[in-house]
Design a protein around this ligand. Structure first.
Ligand code: PLP
Length: 456
């Protein structure tokens, strides 16, 4: 067996990691963990440390690690048929079954699902379909996409443009000029501290209306949004937000793309974020929880309204010129089928709706008296702790102090993995949906102790 030192050396010499400080990593100044195995909510690294993974990888291992049913489904699929493509109407039992299972769970007005590989490529597909649709409908000028600051929709060219976090734009010549960003529905970070949640939702809606007016509704094709902000800070929408936004889109004939990559398949304690917040998207992006990351797979779910135009388009112009070699890959599809069955049989959506709020509530109680606790917020199995330098005046820490990265490192030493969210001093939690109350208690005490270690 390779020694850890050998692996670490090869890693520094050969591996260009995603979302990593490349220079520090290559110099050995910021080694990541090398993970060896995992079971339930726990991962074990090559040094033998067992850690409670309170971020489920990258909020994707919804059913928890080590589920034999999924591993066996993958193995059987690999033995019987490791690959066949889905072009020109081809399919496999796994891909057709998964399409059926996804549509059984999707809101009633949705029609079909296209399968890709990850959330970023699914969002690329979405925008291409929206552009295709408006060309078929004879409105080639209606192409701009409105996204929101602090959104995360991936890091491809278009998906990275849709993302509203500066790290994903700077030095990449993004965003594209077909993309506009509007106000982030982030009440805690509102400029005017006097606004209530409802007033702030009204402001978000007014800002959106103003943007549409300035650009011209006839130039805007779609609005894309996570039902609840994820990577931008794990922020539930302020009260009244979606109720104020949807009518504005409908009035201007702007499609709604709900990016459910994080919220899909149970994370909010409901099957989808759209149903959770009562919104009616035209397109939904799915990934992560679709297979619980046992194999890469994503999807674009289109509504009846979108589907009808796609049908019309191919009748007029021939086959859809869009697809990947690995679209609907049978191994991903087999993983997806086994995963969705487990999500049901283990009753994980309900568990997310029970243990998630328990985690948020007990976290809020444990940190209530800490002078640097700005806000504890959450929905279902998504929780965030936002820390501030001055609670009364809501003064944020200087990012150079790296307060939350230090806290997350201190939590790691206590056996719990949380995520330092990329923009702001925010600790993020998105555990597997099978988290128990006892495991939630462990997460809370590791957080409280680590905050005390770093901030006093
Ligand atoms: N959309 C959302 C809401 C996400 O959170 C992510 C990833 O975290 C993506 C899209 C991109 O997915 P992927 O990393 O699989 O490309």
């Amino acid at each position: 067996m390779l020694t850890n030192d050998q692996l670490a050396k090869w890693d520094r010499e050969s591996f260009l990691h995603p979302s990593t400080h490349l220079a520090q990593h290559a110099r050995g100044e910021a080694p990541g963990r090398i993970i060896k195995s995992a079971e339930g909510c726990f991962v074990t690294d090559r040094d033998g440390n067992r850690l409670l993974d309170a971020f489920a990888g990258l909020y994707c291992v919804n059913i928890g690690y080590g589920r034999k049913e999924v591993a066996e489904a993958i193995a059987e699929q690999a033995h019987e048929l490791a690959y066949y493509h889905a072009y020109v109407g081809h399919g496999t039992e796994a891909s057709i079954t998964l399409a059926h299972m996804v549509m059984e769970r999707a809101p009633a007005h949705m029609s079909k699902v296209y399968f890709g590989l990850g959330g970023s490529d699914a969002n690329e597909t979405n925008i291409k379909l929206v552009w295709y649709m408006n060309n078929i409908l004879g409105r080639p000028g209606k192409k701009k996409i409105i996204s929101r600051w602090r959104a995360y929709h991936g890091s491809g060219l278009m998906s990275g443009s849709l993302t509203g976090l500066s790290l994903f734009h700077q030095k990449f010549d993004l965003p594209f000029d077909t993309v506009r960003h509007t106000t982030s529905p982030y009440w805690f970070r509102r400029d005017d501290l006097g606004l209530t949640e409802e007033q702030f939702s009204a402001k978000c809606a007014a800002d959106l209306e103003e943007l549409i007016e300035a650009e011209g509704a006839d130039t805007i094709a779609a609005f894309i949004a996570e039902p609840m902000l994820g990577t931008g800070g794990i922020v539930p929408p302020p009260r009244g937000y979606w109720e104020a936004i949807e009518p504005i889109l409908q009035k201007s004939d702007i499609l709604l793309i709900a990016d459910e990559v994080v919220t899909g398949f149970g994370r909010l304690g409901t099957m989808f974020g759209s149903t959770h917040y009562g919104i009616t998207p035209d397109i939904m992006t799915i990934a992560k929880g679709l297979t619980s990351a046992y194999a890469p797979l994503s999807g674009t779910i289109v509504s009846d309204k979108v589907w009808k135009v796609l049908e019309q388009g191919t009748d007029e112009f021939g086959p859809l010129g869009h697809g990947w070699t690995y679209s609907a890959h049978p191994i991903g599809a087999a993983a997806g089928v086994a995963n969705l069955k487990l999500l049901d049989t283990m009753n994980l959506v309900a568990n997310a709706g029970d243990v998630g709020p328990y985690l948020t509530r007990t976290m809020a109680e444990a940190l209530a008296d800490h002078p640097n606790m700005g806000e504890v917020r959450g929905e279902g199995m998504l929780t965030a702790v936002e820390l501030v330098e001055d609670r009364e005046a809501r003064v944020f820490f200087d990012p150079a102090r790296k307060v939350v990265p230090q806290i997350v490192a201190a939590m790691g030493r206590r056996g719990v993995i949380a995520r330092a969210m990329p923009q702001g001093d925010i600790i993020g939690y998105a555990p597997p949906l099978c988290l128990s109350r006892e495991e939630a208690d462990t997460v809370v005490s590791a957080t409280a102790d680590a905050i005390r270690e770093v901030l006093g």
